[in-house]
Design a protein around this ligand. Sequence first.
Ligand SMILES: Nc1ncnc2c1ncn2[C@@H]1O[C@H](COP(=O)(O)OP(=O)(O)O)[C@@H](O)[C@H]1O
Ligand SMILES: [Mg+2]
Ligand SMILES: [Zn+2]
Length: 386
Amino acid sequence: MPSKAQFGKWAVVKSINSGGQADVYEVIDSEELLSDDEQRLLLENAFQTLARQAQAADDNRSLAIGDLRAVIHNEVARMSSPSCALKLIKRADTQAARRFAAEVQFLQEQHHHSLIPLLDSNVEEKWFVTRRFDSSLSDVLPEYKQRGLVILQAMHPIVEAVSRLHSRGIIHRDIKPDNIFRASSGELVLGDFGIAMDLEEAEEEARLTRSSERVGSRDWMPPWAAFGRLEDVTKTFDTYTLGKVIWAMVTGNNRVPHRYGAYGDFDIVEAHGTPEEVLWLERIVKATVVERSSDGVPDGTALLRLVNEALAALTRGYQDVKVQHRRCLVCGHGRYEELVDLNATHQRNFGLEVVGQPKFKILVCSHCAHTQLFYFRDAVVPPGWS
Ligand SMILES: Nc1ncnc2c1ncn2[C@@H]1O[C@H](COP(=O)(O)OP(=O)(O)O)[C@@H](O)[C@H]1O
Ligand SMILES: [Mg+2]
Ligand SMILES: [Zn+2]
């Protein structure tokens, strides 16, 4: 429990988490007074819970005052308006104070429905209050395993929020499942701006903190950032970590390697086959989780474009034209079989006066005979086939 039970109008209900930098508490707004009836009900509930606990407890053991307080606190939390989260910085040094002020400023200035909202703050006392969430993405990763469309729909607003940050010159630097919260509605929200960085202020930052700047989690940050050089903090940093989060969602595993490649269970296609959903996700992971910054996706906006393309394809019944035995688009029952190969010598022009040296690939449904014709101008394979 913190040194005091009240911060501004916020009453502490219980501790949520305690890290190296900060303690996080569940709090409620004590100004939201309850009516007499509500208070009576609340006390009755609290005492019923206590009675049950006392019965269950060992006869020789009496309930401590602390237990009593905790039960009543929890009842208050449950009865009153939704509880919130208060983050209190523990460290007293100037660097921690400066970082804290920066975090509050980021939260104050950046508004997006997928960025954690700031509800209250006190820079002097080093605390701020945000909406509280029951789980983080790391608690629920297995729920997303192999569900490409669900993953893209869930991550789209987060990528959009990062794209917005990037257009304002801000790098989050600490995107990982622990720092993405999930509301009961299923919506994801990005939090923990503790080491976010404004590129314009980065030069000054470098002078101030070169020696002891806190860095992100090594499990998630890109390999090129391992040396802690300021010039390696680019927008690709965030697209890399976003790609890794998407990868972790596909595999359902909270730890994924530093670079996409043939890694058995971590290889998306090898582990999950080639359904369209998986192919589109692999495309995004391959593009983002790379070894060198210059090979990555340059910024949030470019990544958003990739996500939008994948979403459009998946929601409009995209079929990978290279995959053999695709299901028929007309009858939904048969499979397409090749009738004329692009390289076959007997391919015809169907009486058309076509320019160059056209070639056709013809596929026919085994059930309803629906025919698909693909035209290769000058025998060049269209981009959709590669
Ligand atoms: N709004 C919140 N709702 C619920 N839990 C939270 C919230 N904010 C933080 N936490 C919990 O506290 C932990 C640390 O908070 P975070 O903002 O990530 O700070 P740190 O910089 O110490 O990582 C989170 O991983 C999460 O478990
Ligand atoms: Mg965190
Ligand atoms: Zn058919």
